[in-house]
Ligand binder design. Structure first.
Ligand code: M6R
Length: 609
């Protein structure tokens, strides 16, 4: 989702372009940069729809990938000592040059980039003639408000304007009134500010900012003034604030493709390592106790799990594992939870699952639980991400950086962590630490069972069969249904084939009327208890011509295609089976000529509600 990078110091434009590229993983559909300075090839610039010049403020924007913006920049060779840039993921207004950020005020003295959503933008726009607006965005109005309410101090003007905004924002602002600083404001959308001896930087996340001297993660209602070699942070009343310097904190290496053609395939191959690292990080009672002390665990009567997309699907499995050990458990989609009536129960532990740790819906749901005095635990893959600062406690998956938009190794690590946490709960409640040690060993063994190279050819074969489908269904019962839901999301998000997961027994209550002899149905049978029942559903599908692709460890041979899963203890089967489905989704996407790493319309990190 949108990314902000701003830089004051030498080669600011190169630095901003580099920063925006590091933020590319978030997903975007247009990009732009603004800088103060007059050095560029004027003849080229004056006749170019991508470039707007206002005295010594220049804005260059383009639709599409960063390479499009780069092409324009390489032709006009701008130089400036202060610049802000943005990658935009369209919310208000389609992807276009006009809607791309930065946005400039009418008098050309203010330019802004914005992440988040300004909910009252229609209302705010009424202060101006409609003719003033050149974009359909919610963000542009901020530039005009800064112009209108300028009071002689850039920071105080920004503070005044932010008080008018309803919604969420991370804003970086340049003004020709004070050419030596970048102003920053934060409410609800993440932003980090920092500096070196000769530079000042603003960036959407800690992993992408390049600074050695200081880096501060702004909190809501805070402002910052970024200058060469200095950053000052202020509260909402513009009183100076001291924040923890995070410059030396752990930063996640983004990693590179190596010999792979896509991050997604590389990340699927990394699953055994991701699970192993995650488990090893908490492989003893002592380590688990630092996250959840024994006295805390003993008091918990209910587990509430919240997340979005794949993280929510990991939570579905978590819920079953907690219920298996007798702890009442619920799982909710974060964006629904926020607006559902909530009846908090005493002694509930609320677990928030988020690979990125930046998902706005999940963080808002977390805040709601905190307001209701629940104990909160964040499960995230990104150290020092926003969620870590909001939750009471944090537990990390150690999957390593996940770049592909489709979550793969992070999901397996989240599920593995749910096995571990639920086993820890059981051991604490039974007062039997040995059980926990045994679970650690089992999980490390399960990680070894996944043998990618052996299964790739069959997954490719399945992709060759299904890639022309219009609609695909996936069925299972219990844990197999949870697995089907994740498998279905994976396939649809990167292949763009309509795909639905159904509880096997529910199909006959309506959806089966859609099945004909062109329909592929994936059937998951990994749980003995429901084997016969799911087989009956398969028969109903076959009777209507539907083609079953079955994933099972049981000996069966009655499907259009069958993928024989390696056998591990039943409860771990989803962890194994999902890898087949991740690979099938990947190969289907590639077969269709899509880029699985950057599926259309999707962002890696969804920072708006
Ligand atoms: O970073 P998060 O885990 O909070 O992200 C949640 C979802 O946006 C994410 O899992 C999404 O569904 C993925 N594209 C799935 O592959």
């Amino acid at each position: 989702m949108c990314g902000i990078y701003g830089y004051i110091g030498r080669n600011s434009i190169n630095e901003v372009m580099g920063g925006l590229k590091r933020l590319e993983y978030r997903g975007y559909d247009s990009a732009g940069i603004a800088f103060i300075g007059d050095n560029l090839d004027c003849e080229y610039a004056d006749n170019n729809e991508h470039i707007k010049r206002f005295k010594n403020l220049t804005v260059i924007k383009s639709e599409g990938q960063m390479s499009c913006l780069e092409e324009v920049i390489n032709k006009c060779l701008p130089i400036g000592d202060i610049a802000i840039g943005h990658t935009r993921w369209a919310t208000h207004g389609k992807p276009s040059v006009a809607n791309a950020h930065p946005h400039i005020s009418k008098n050309g003295k203010w330019v802004i980039v914005h992440n988040g959503i300004i909910e009252n933008f229609e209302e705010l726009k009424k202060q101006f003639s409609p003719k003033r607006f050149v974009s359909d965005t919610d963000s542009e109005v901020v530039a005009h408000l800064l112009e209108k309410y300028y009071d002689g101090s850039a920071l105080s003007t920004l503070n005044k304007v932010c008080r008018m905004i309803k919604g969420s924002f991370a804003l970086a602002v340049l003004t020709t009134y004070e050419k030596d600083k970048i102003l920053v404001a934060k409410y609800g959308s993440p932003v980090v500010v920092g500096c070196d001896e000769e530079a000042g930087v603003v960036c959407s996340d800690l992993n992408s900012i390049k600074v050695g001297k200081c880096a501060f993660i702004l909190e809501d209602n805070q402002f910052a003034v970024v200058e060469k070699g200095n950053v000052s942070v202020y509260d909402e009343n513009l009183k100076p604030k001291k924040l923890k310097n995070m410059a030396d904190c752990h930063r996640e290496e983004r990693g590179n493709l190596g010999n792979y053609s896509h991050f997604m395939l590389k990340e699927i191959d990394e699953i055994p390592r991701a699970i192993t690292r995650t488990i090893e990080q908490y492989n003893s009672y002592e380590k688990m106790r630092t996250v959840l002390p024994l006295n805390v665990v003993r008091k918990i009567k209910k587990i509430l799990i919240i997340g979005c997309g794949t993280a929510y699907h990991a939570g579905l499995i978590g819920k079953r594992l907690f219920e298996e050990i007798g702890i009442k458990s619920e799982v909710e989609i974060a964006s629904e939870f926020r607006y559902n009536t909530f009846i908090p129960e005493k002694n509930t532990l609320a677990i928030f699952v988020s690979q990125s740790g930046e998902t706005a819906d999940t963080i808002k749901a977390l805040s709601k639980c905190k307001e209701n005095n629940l104990l909160t635990l964040a499960m995230t893959n990104v150290k020092n991400s926003s969620i870590c600062f909001v939750a009471d406690r944090v537990i990390y998956t150690s999957a390593g950086a996940e770049i592909g938009v489709a979550s793969t190794k992070a999901y397996n690590s989240q599920v593995a962590l749910f096995y571990l946490i639920s086993s820890y709960f059981k051991s604490v409640l039974d007062d039997n630490a040995k059980d926990f040690d045994r679970e650690v060993v089992k999980l490390l063994d399960v990680a070894k069972v996944i043998s990618h190279n052996k299964i790739k050819p069959i997954c490719q074969k399945v992709a060759d069969e299904i890639y022309q489908s219009k609609s695909i269904y996936m069925i299972g019962r219990g844990l197999d249904y949870d697995l089907a839901r994740e498998a279905s999301l994976k396939l649809k998000e990167i292949s763009y084939i309509h795909c639905e997961a159904y509880p096997a027994g529910e199909l006959k209550h309506g959806t089966i009327s859609l099945i004909d002899d062109k329909t592929f149905v994936f059937s998951f049978i990994t749980q003995k208890m429901v084997k016969d029942k799911t087989q009956s559903s398969e028969k109903e599908i076959s009777a209507r011509g539907g083609k079953i692709i079955k994933l099972t460890q049981f000996e069966e041979n009655n499907a259009f295609m069958q993928l024989s899963l390696p056998e591990v203890e039943e409860k771990y089967m989803p962890l194994i089976a999902v890898v087949y489905m991740q690979l099938i989704s990947y190969y289907t996407s590639v077969r269709l000529g899509n880029n699985p790493d950057k599926p259309r319309s999707l962002a890696k990190s969804v920072t708006v509600e």
